[in-house]
Design a protein around this ligand. Structure first.
Ligand SMILES: Cc1ncc(COP(=O)(O)O)c(C=O)c1O
Length: 416
Protein backbone atom coordinates (compact mmCIF):
# COMPACT_ATOMS: atom_id res chain seq x y z
CA UNK A 1 0.00 0.00 0.00
CA UNK A 2 1.32 3.48 -0.91
CA UNK A 3 2.04 5.61 2.15
CA UNK A 4 -0.51 8.27 1.14
CA UNK A 5 -3.27 5.66 0.80
CA UNK A 6 -2.89 5.00 4.53
CA UNK A 7 -3.59 8.66 5.36
CA UNK A 8 -7.02 9.41 6.77
CA UNK A 9 -9.83 11.19 4.91
CA UNK A 10 -9.04 14.92 5.26
CA UNK A 11 -5.26 14.36 5.03
CA UNK A 12 -5.68 12.51 1.73
CA UNK A 13 -7.66 15.39 0.26
CA UNK A 14 -5.58 18.27 1.61
CA UNK A 15 -2.36 16.55 0.51
CA UNK A 16 -3.60 15.58 -2.93
CA UNK A 17 -0.99 16.97 -5.36
CA UNK A 18 -1.60 17.70 -9.02
CA UNK A 19 0.32 15.62 -11.46
CA UNK A 20 2.48 18.31 -13.11
CA UNK A 21 4.78 20.66 -11.20
CA UNK A 22 3.53 24.25 -11.24
CA UNK A 23 6.00 26.72 -12.77
CA UNK A 24 5.76 28.99 -9.71
CA UNK A 25 5.29 26.33 -7.04
CA UNK A 26 1.75 27.51 -6.23
CA UNK A 27 0.58 25.63 -3.13
CA UNK A 28 -3.01 25.42 -4.42
CA UNK A 29 -3.99 24.60 -7.97
CA UNK A 30 -4.22 27.83 -10.02
CA UNK A 31 -7.43 28.57 -11.93
CA UNK A 32 -6.81 27.85 -15.60
CA UNK A 33 -9.55 30.12 -16.95
CA UNK A 34 -8.68 29.55 -20.60
CA UNK A 35 -10.50 27.74 -23.41
CA UNK A 36 -7.53 26.37 -25.39
CA UNK A 37 -3.98 25.09 -24.84
CA UNK A 38 -1.04 25.71 -27.18
CA UNK A 39 1.39 23.06 -28.46
CA UNK A 40 5.01 23.42 -29.63
CA UNK A 41 4.47 21.63 -32.96
CA UNK A 42 1.80 19.89 -35.04
CA UNK A 43 2.94 16.37 -34.05
CA UNK A 44 2.39 17.24 -30.38
CA UNK A 45 -1.15 18.56 -30.90
CA UNK A 46 -2.02 15.52 -33.03
CA UNK A 47 -0.65 13.19 -30.31
CA UNK A 48 -2.66 15.01 -27.63
CA UNK A 49 -5.90 14.76 -29.63
CA UNK A 50 -5.28 11.06 -30.12
CA UNK A 51 -4.60 10.58 -26.39
CA UNK A 52 -1.05 9.36 -27.10
CA UNK A 53 0.66 11.46 -24.44
CA UNK A 54 1.82 9.59 -21.37
CA UNK A 55 0.93 12.47 -19.08
CA UNK A 56 -2.46 13.61 -20.24
CA UNK A 57 -2.26 16.86 -22.23
CA UNK A 58 -5.10 19.33 -22.15
CA UNK A 59 -6.31 20.60 -25.51
CA UNK A 60 -9.60 22.44 -24.92
CA UNK A 61 -11.44 23.13 -21.66
CA UNK A 62 -14.75 21.57 -22.73
CA UNK A 63 -12.81 18.28 -22.91
CA UNK A 64 -10.41 18.60 -19.96
CA UNK A 65 -8.86 21.39 -17.90
CA UNK A 66 -6.08 21.22 -15.27
CA UNK A 67 -8.15 22.91 -12.51
CA UNK A 68 -11.04 20.54 -13.18
CA UNK A 69 -8.66 17.57 -13.26
CA UNK A 70 -7.34 18.56 -9.84
CA UNK A 71 -10.88 18.51 -8.42
CA UNK A 72 -11.36 15.05 -9.94
CA UNK A 73 -8.11 13.88 -8.30
CA UNK A 74 -9.32 15.09 -4.91
CA UNK A 75 -12.66 13.30 -5.32
CA UNK A 76 -10.70 10.19 -6.29
CA UNK A 77 -8.55 10.50 -3.15
CA UNK A 78 -11.71 10.90 -1.05
CA UNK A 79 -13.66 8.01 -2.56
CA UNK A 80 -11.22 5.43 -3.91
CA UNK A 81 -13.02 5.49 -7.29
CA UNK A 82 -11.10 4.38 -10.41
CA UNK A 83 -12.34 7.31 -12.50
CA UNK A 84 -14.05 10.56 -11.61
CA UNK A 85 -15.78 12.84 -14.10
CA UNK A 86 -16.65 16.36 -12.97
CA UNK A 87 -19.51 18.15 -14.73
CA UNK A 88 -21.54 21.35 -14.48
CA UNK A 89 -24.24 20.23 -11.99
CA UNK A 90 -25.77 17.23 -10.27
CA UNK A 91 -28.38 17.06 -13.04
CA UNK A 92 -25.58 17.04 -15.65
CA UNK A 93 -24.04 14.08 -13.79
CA UNK A 94 -27.37 12.23 -13.93
CA UNK A 95 -28.20 13.05 -17.56
CA UNK A 96 -24.69 12.32 -18.91
CA UNK A 97 -24.61 8.97 -17.09
CA UNK A 98 -27.95 7.71 -18.37
CA UNK A 99 -27.38 8.97 -21.90
CA UNK A 100 -24.12 6.98 -21.83
CA UNK A 101 -25.63 3.69 -20.75
CA UNK A 102 -29.33 3.63 -21.71
CA UNK A 103 -30.61 2.72 -25.17
CA UNK A 104 -33.96 2.97 -26.98
CA UNK A 105 -36.02 -0.07 -26.02
CA UNK A 106 -34.12 -0.34 -22.73
CA UNK A 107 -35.41 0.37 -19.25
CA UNK A 108 -34.26 1.80 -15.91
CA UNK A 109 -35.57 0.46 -12.59
CA UNK A 110 -35.89 3.04 -9.82
CA UNK A 111 -38.05 4.38 -7.00
CA UNK A 112 -40.67 7.11 -7.63
CA UNK A 113 -39.27 8.83 -4.53
CA UNK A 114 -36.68 11.02 -6.19
CA UNK A 115 -35.52 14.62 -6.36
CA UNK A 116 -38.09 16.41 -8.60
CA UNK A 117 -35.83 17.05 -11.61
CA UNK A 118 -34.44 13.51 -11.50
CA UNK A 119 -38.00 12.12 -11.58
CA UNK A 120 -38.84 14.45 -14.46
CA UNK A 121 -35.64 13.44 -16.33
CA UNK A 122 -36.65 9.75 -16.21
CA UNK A 123 -40.37 10.25 -16.71
CA UNK A 124 -40.23 12.78 -19.57
CA UNK A 125 -36.72 13.44 -20.96
CA UNK A 126 -35.45 9.85 -21.25
CA UNK A 127 -38.92 8.55 -22.20
CA UNK A 128 -38.84 10.75 -25.34
CA UNK A 129 -35.76 8.77 -26.49
CA UNK A 130 -37.53 5.44 -26.06
CA UNK A 131 -36.14 4.56 -22.63
CA UNK A 132 -38.78 3.29 -20.20
CA UNK A 133 -38.50 3.93 -16.46
CA UNK A 134 -40.03 1.32 -14.14
CA UNK A 135 -40.92 2.81 -10.77
CA UNK A 136 -40.87 0.28 -7.93
CA UNK A 137 -40.87 0.19 -4.14
CA UNK A 138 -37.13 -0.16 -3.46
CA UNK A 139 -37.87 -1.51 0.05
CA UNK A 140 -39.27 -4.61 -1.69
CA UNK A 141 -36.55 -6.78 -3.24
CA UNK A 142 -39.09 -9.02 -5.06
CA UNK A 143 -40.60 -5.97 -6.73
CA UNK A 144 -37.13 -4.91 -7.93
CA UNK A 145 -36.39 -8.46 -9.14
CA UNK A 146 -39.60 -8.73 -11.16
CA UNK A 147 -39.12 -5.31 -12.81
CA UNK A 148 -35.69 -6.35 -14.18
CA UNK A 149 -35.54 -8.02 -17.60
CA UNK A 150 -32.96 -8.50 -20.37
CA UNK A 151 -33.42 -4.85 -21.46
CA UNK A 152 -32.71 -3.33 -18.04
CA UNK A 153 -29.81 -0.90 -18.41
CA UNK A 154 -29.47 0.05 -14.73
CA UNK A 155 -30.96 0.16 -11.25
CA UNK A 156 -30.95 3.67 -9.76
CA UNK A 157 -31.82 5.14 -6.37
CA UNK A 158 -30.98 7.99 -4.03
CA UNK A 159 -28.98 7.07 -0.93
CA UNK A 160 -31.52 8.67 1.43
CA UNK A 161 -34.63 9.73 -0.44
CA UNK A 162 -35.50 13.37 -0.31
CA UNK A 163 -37.87 14.40 1.31
CA UNK A 164 -39.15 10.95 2.43
CA UNK A 165 -35.90 9.92 4.16
CA UNK A 166 -36.02 6.26 3.13
CA UNK A 167 -32.94 4.07 2.63
CA UNK A 168 -32.83 1.16 0.20
CA UNK A 169 -30.85 -1.83 1.46
CA UNK A 170 -27.99 -1.44 -1.01
CA UNK A 171 -26.07 -4.50 0.20
CA UNK A 172 -29.06 -6.79 -0.43
CA UNK A 173 -30.00 -5.11 -3.71
CA UNK A 174 -26.43 -5.38 -5.01
CA UNK A 175 -26.51 -9.19 -4.51
CA UNK A 176 -29.58 -9.38 -6.75
CA UNK A 177 -28.12 -6.99 -9.32
CA UNK A 178 -24.87 -8.97 -9.55
CA UNK A 179 -26.85 -12.15 -10.33
CA UNK A 180 -28.82 -10.31 -13.02
CA UNK A 181 -25.81 -8.36 -14.43
CA UNK A 182 -27.39 -4.96 -13.86
CA UNK A 183 -25.26 -2.00 -12.67
CA UNK A 184 -26.21 -0.23 -9.44
CA UNK A 185 -26.14 3.55 -9.81
CA UNK A 186 -26.70 5.62 -6.68
CA UNK A 187 -27.07 9.35 -6.11
CA UNK A 188 -25.13 9.79 -2.85
CA UNK A 189 -25.45 13.57 -2.60
CA UNK A 190 -27.00 13.30 0.87
CA UNK A 191 -24.05 11.55 2.60
CA UNK A 192 -20.48 12.21 1.36
CA UNK A 193 -17.49 9.90 1.26
CA UNK A 194 -16.29 10.57 4.82
CA UNK A 195 -19.38 8.78 6.15
CA UNK A 196 -20.34 6.40 3.34
CA UNK A 197 -18.20 3.85 1.48
CA UNK A 198 -20.02 3.41 -1.83
CA UNK A 199 -17.71 0.69 -3.16
CA UNK A 200 -18.19 -1.43 -0.05
CA UNK A 201 -21.97 -1.08 -0.36
CA UNK A 202 -21.80 -2.48 -3.92
CA UNK A 203 -22.36 0.77 -5.83
CA UNK A 204 -20.92 0.54 -9.35
CA UNK A 205 -21.47 4.14 -10.44
CA UNK A 206 -21.92 6.95 -7.94
CA UNK A 207 -23.53 10.29 -8.74
CA UNK A 208 -23.06 13.40 -6.61
CA UNK A 209 -24.36 16.95 -6.80
CA UNK A 210 -21.17 18.72 -5.70
CA UNK A 211 -23.26 21.90 -5.43
CA UNK A 212 -24.13 20.61 -1.96
CA UNK A 213 -21.51 19.55 0.65
CA UNK A 214 -18.51 19.65 -1.70
CA UNK A 215 -18.87 23.27 -2.83
CA UNK A 216 -17.97 24.49 0.66
CA UNK A 217 -21.02 26.61 1.37
CA UNK A 218 -23.12 26.82 -1.82
CA UNK A 219 -20.31 28.62 -3.66
CA UNK A 220 -20.97 27.07 -7.07
CA UNK A 221 -22.81 24.42 -9.07
CA UNK A 222 -21.20 21.11 -9.94
CA UNK A 223 -21.65 17.38 -10.27
CA UNK A 224 -19.50 14.27 -10.29
CA UNK A 225 -19.79 10.78 -11.73
CA UNK A 226 -17.60 8.17 -10.02
CA UNK A 227 -16.79 4.86 -11.64
CA UNK A 228 -15.59 2.17 -9.18
CA UNK A 229 -14.57 -0.14 -12.06
CA UNK A 230 -16.64 -2.97 -10.55
CA UNK A 231 -19.19 -3.66 -13.30
CA UNK A 232 -18.58 -5.83 -16.33
CA UNK A 233 -20.00 -3.69 -19.14
CA UNK A 234 -20.09 -6.57 -21.60
CA UNK A 235 -23.60 -7.08 -20.17
CA UNK A 236 -24.73 -3.61 -21.29
CA UNK A 237 -26.06 -3.57 -24.86
CA UNK A 238 -24.82 -0.05 -25.55
CA UNK A 239 -21.41 -0.27 -23.89
CA UNK A 240 -20.35 -3.81 -24.72
CA UNK A 241 -18.71 -2.59 -27.96
CA UNK A 242 -17.02 0.38 -26.31
CA UNK A 243 -13.22 0.01 -25.82
CA UNK A 244 -11.78 -0.99 -22.46
CA UNK A 245 -8.36 0.43 -21.61
CA UNK A 246 -5.85 -0.12 -18.82
CA UNK A 247 -7.12 2.98 -17.06
CA UNK A 248 -10.78 3.16 -18.04
CA UNK A 249 -13.85 0.91 -18.05
CA UNK A 250 -16.09 0.96 -21.13
CA UNK A 251 -18.43 3.28 -19.22
CA UNK A 252 -15.72 5.84 -18.37
CA UNK A 253 -14.35 5.61 -21.91
CA UNK A 254 -17.77 6.35 -23.39
CA UNK A 255 -18.35 9.17 -20.92
CA UNK A 256 -14.97 10.87 -21.36
CA UNK A 257 -14.39 10.35 -25.07
CA UNK A 258 -17.94 10.82 -26.37
CA UNK A 259 -20.83 11.77 -24.08
CA UNK A 260 -19.24 14.54 -22.00
CA UNK A 261 -17.53 16.03 -25.06
CA UNK A 262 -20.74 15.99 -27.10
CA UNK A 263 -23.15 17.24 -24.45
CA UNK A 264 -20.71 19.91 -23.29
CA UNK A 265 -21.93 20.21 -19.68
CA UNK A 266 -18.40 20.82 -18.41
CA UNK A 267 -17.79 22.44 -15.03
CA UNK A 268 -16.07 25.81 -15.35
CA UNK A 269 -12.59 26.18 -13.80
CA UNK A 270 -13.72 28.85 -11.28
CA UNK A 271 -16.35 26.50 -9.86
CA UNK A 272 -13.87 23.61 -9.88
CA UNK A 273 -11.39 25.70 -7.90
CA UNK A 274 -13.99 26.62 -5.26
CA UNK A 275 -15.06 23.01 -5.00
CA UNK A 276 -11.45 21.84 -4.58
CA UNK A 277 -11.20 24.19 -1.61
CA UNK A 278 -14.58 22.94 -0.35
CA UNK A 279 -13.28 19.36 -0.44
CA UNK A 280 -10.57 20.29 2.08
CA UNK A 281 -13.10 21.20 4.82
CA UNK A 282 -15.78 18.67 3.83
CA UNK A 283 -15.35 16.29 6.76
CA UNK A 284 -15.24 19.10 9.32
CA UNK A 285 -18.40 20.77 8.01
CA UNK A 286 -20.27 17.49 7.51
CA UNK A 287 -19.60 16.31 11.08
CA UNK A 288 -20.68 19.58 12.66
CA UNK A 289 -23.86 19.94 10.53
CA UNK A 290 -24.82 16.29 11.12
CA UNK A 291 -24.44 16.61 14.90
CA UNK A 292 -26.70 19.66 14.85
CA UNK A 293 -29.23 17.86 12.61
CA UNK A 294 -29.47 14.98 15.10
CA UNK A 295 -29.89 17.38 17.99
CA UNK A 296 -32.59 19.33 16.13
CA UNK A 297 -34.39 16.11 15.13
CA UNK A 298 -34.56 15.04 18.79
CA UNK A 299 -35.68 18.54 19.79
CA UNK A 300 -38.44 18.57 17.16
CA UNK A 301 -39.71 15.16 18.29
CA UNK A 302 -40.46 16.65 21.70
CA UNK A 303 -42.59 19.51 20.34
CA UNK A 304 -46.37 19.02 20.66
CA UNK A 305 -47.14 20.73 17.35
CA UNK A 306 -44.78 18.49 15.38
CA UNK A 307 -46.60 15.38 14.14
CA UNK A 308 -43.63 13.44 12.81
CA UNK A 309 -39.87 13.84 12.36
CA UNK A 310 -37.97 11.92 9.69
CA UNK A 311 -34.26 11.46 10.42
CA UNK A 312 -32.74 8.03 10.02
CA UNK A 313 -30.68 8.09 13.22
CA UNK A 314 -33.80 8.50 15.40
CA UNK A 315 -35.03 5.43 17.31
CA UNK A 316 -38.43 6.06 15.66
CA UNK A 317 -37.05 5.71 12.11
CA UNK A 318 -37.74 2.35 10.43
CA UNK A 319 -34.39 2.86 8.65
CA UNK A 320 -32.28 3.26 11.83
CA UNK A 321 -30.61 -0.17 11.61
CA UNK A 322 -29.58 0.24 8.00
CA UNK A 323 -28.61 3.90 8.52
CA UNK A 324 -26.30 2.96 11.41
CA UNK A 325 -24.77 0.21 9.29
CA UNK A 326 -24.19 2.26 6.13
CA UNK A 327 -23.24 5.63 7.64
CA UNK A 328 -21.55 4.73 10.91
CA UNK A 329 -24.39 6.48 12.72
CA UNK A 330 -23.88 9.75 10.85
CA UNK A 331 -26.63 10.17 8.22
CA UNK A 332 -26.03 13.83 7.43
CA UNK A 333 -27.63 17.23 7.78
CA UNK A 334 -31.07 16.87 6.17
CA UNK A 335 -34.28 16.11 8.07
CA UNK A 336 -37.98 16.55 7.38
CA UNK A 337 -40.92 17.03 9.72
CA UNK A 338 -44.66 17.43 9.44
CA UNK A 339 -47.10 19.81 11.07
CA UNK A 340 -50.91 19.66 11.07
CA UNK A 341 -51.37 21.49 7.72
CA UNK A 342 -49.77 23.38 4.85
CA UNK A 343 -50.93 26.63 6.50
CA UNK A 344 -49.09 25.71 9.70
CA UNK A 345 -45.93 25.04 7.65
CA UNK A 346 -46.14 28.41 5.89
CA UNK A 347 -46.81 30.17 9.20
CA UNK A 348 -43.74 28.60 10.84
CA UNK A 349 -41.53 29.45 7.87
CA UNK A 350 -42.68 33.08 7.86
CA UNK A 351 -41.68 33.58 11.49
CA UNK A 352 -38.07 32.40 11.14
CA UNK A 353 -35.20 34.85 11.48
CA UNK A 354 -32.01 32.73 11.59
CA UNK A 355 -33.16 29.91 9.32
CA UNK A 356 -33.44 30.99 5.67
CA UNK A 357 -36.36 30.26 3.34
CA UNK A 358 -34.47 28.84 0.35
CA UNK A 359 -34.00 25.73 -1.72
CA UNK A 360 -30.63 23.87 -1.84
CA UNK A 361 -28.98 21.49 0.61
CA UNK A 362 -25.87 21.66 2.80
CA UNK A 363 -25.14 25.34 2.59
CA UNK A 364 -23.30 26.68 5.66
CA UNK A 365 -26.62 28.41 6.37
CA UNK A 366 -29.61 26.44 7.64
CA UNK A 367 -32.33 26.37 4.97
CA UNK A 368 -36.00 25.51 5.17
CA UNK A 369 -38.39 24.72 2.32
CA UNK A 370 -41.94 23.47 1.81
CA UNK A 371 -41.27 20.85 -0.92
CA UNK A 372 -44.88 20.36 -2.09
CA UNK A 373 -45.35 24.00 -3.17
CA UNK A 374 -41.80 24.54 -4.51
CA UNK A 375 -39.59 21.68 -5.77
CA UNK A 376 -42.71 19.65 -6.66
CA UNK A 377 -44.96 22.69 -7.25
CA UNK A 378 -45.44 22.15 -10.98
CA UNK A 379 -46.37 18.44 -10.77
CA UNK A 380 -50.07 17.45 -10.92
CA UNK A 381 -51.80 16.21 -7.73
CA UNK A 382 -51.78 12.65 -9.19
CA UNK A 383 -48.05 12.83 -9.88
CA UNK A 384 -47.39 14.22 -6.37
CA UNK A 385 -49.32 11.25 -4.99
CA UNK A 386 -47.13 8.81 -6.99
CA UNK A 387 -44.04 10.62 -5.74
CA UNK A 388 -45.27 10.54 -2.13
CA UNK A 389 -45.24 14.30 -1.67
CA UNK A 390 -47.37 15.54 1.27
CA UNK A 391 -48.37 19.19 1.71
CA UNK A 392 -47.83 19.29 5.51
CA UNK A 393 -44.11 18.48 5.29
CA UNK A 394 -41.12 20.81 5.76
CA UNK A 395 -37.51 20.07 4.84
CA UNK A 396 -34.63 21.42 6.88
CA UNK A 397 -31.03 21.44 5.68
CA UNK A 398 -28.98 22.11 8.77
CA UNK A 399 -25.98 24.43 8.50
CA UNK A 400 -23.11 25.51 10.73
CA UNK A 401 -24.79 28.06 13.02
CA UNK A 402 -24.91 27.38 16.76
CA UNK A 403 -27.60 24.75 17.25
CA UNK A 404 -29.03 26.62 20.27
CA UNK A 405 -29.85 29.59 18.00
CA UNK A 406 -31.54 27.23 15.53
CA UNK A 407 -33.66 25.70 18.30
CA UNK A 408 -34.63 29.17 19.57
CA UNK A 409 -35.64 30.23 16.05
CA UNK A 410 -37.87 27.17 15.60
CA UNK A 411 -39.32 27.57 19.10
CA UNK A 412 -40.49 31.10 18.25
CA UNK A 413 -41.87 29.88 14.94
CA UNK A 414 -43.91 27.12 16.59
CA UNK A 415 -45.75 29.51 18.93
CA UNK A 416 -49.12 30.13 17.29
C1 LIG B 1 -30.36 14.28 -4.27
C2 LIG B 1 -30.12 15.29 -5.35
N1 LIG B 1 -29.58 14.90 -6.52
C3 LIG B 1 -29.34 15.78 -7.51
C4 LIG B 1 -29.67 17.09 -7.39
C5 LIG B 1 -29.38 18.03 -8.53
O1 LIG B 1 -28.21 18.76 -8.29
P1 LIG B 1 -27.87 20.14 -9.01
O2 LIG B 1 -28.78 21.16 -8.43
O3 LIG B 1 -26.42 20.35 -8.68
O4 LIG B 1 -28.11 19.93 -10.47
C6 LIG B 1 -30.23 17.56 -6.21
C7 LIG B 1 -30.56 19.00 -6.08
O5 LIG B 1 -31.06 19.50 -5.12
C8 LIG B 1 -30.47 16.64 -5.16
O6 LIG B 1 -31.04 17.03 -4.00
Amino acid sequence: MEEQEKDRFSTRIINCRYNKADAHGAISMPIYRNAAFEFPHSEAIAAAFQYKEEIYSHTYSRITNPTVENLEQKIKAASGADNVMSVASGMAAISNTFIALAHAGGNIVTSPHLFGNTFSFFKFTLAAFGVETRFVNTDNIEEIASAIDENTCAFFCELITNPHMEIADLTEISKLLRQRHVPMIVDTTIVPWCAFDAKKAGVNIEIVSTTKYVSGGATSLGGAVLDYGTFDWKYNKKLSESPYTDTMSQFSFKMKREIMRNLGACIDPDSASMQSLGMESLELRFNRASQSAYELARYLEKQDRVIKVNYTKLETSPYKRISDKLFNGNPGAMLTFSLESKEACFKLMNKLRVIRRATNLFDNKTLIIHPESTIYGTFSPEMKHVMGIEDNLLRLSVGLEDVEDLKADIEKGLIS
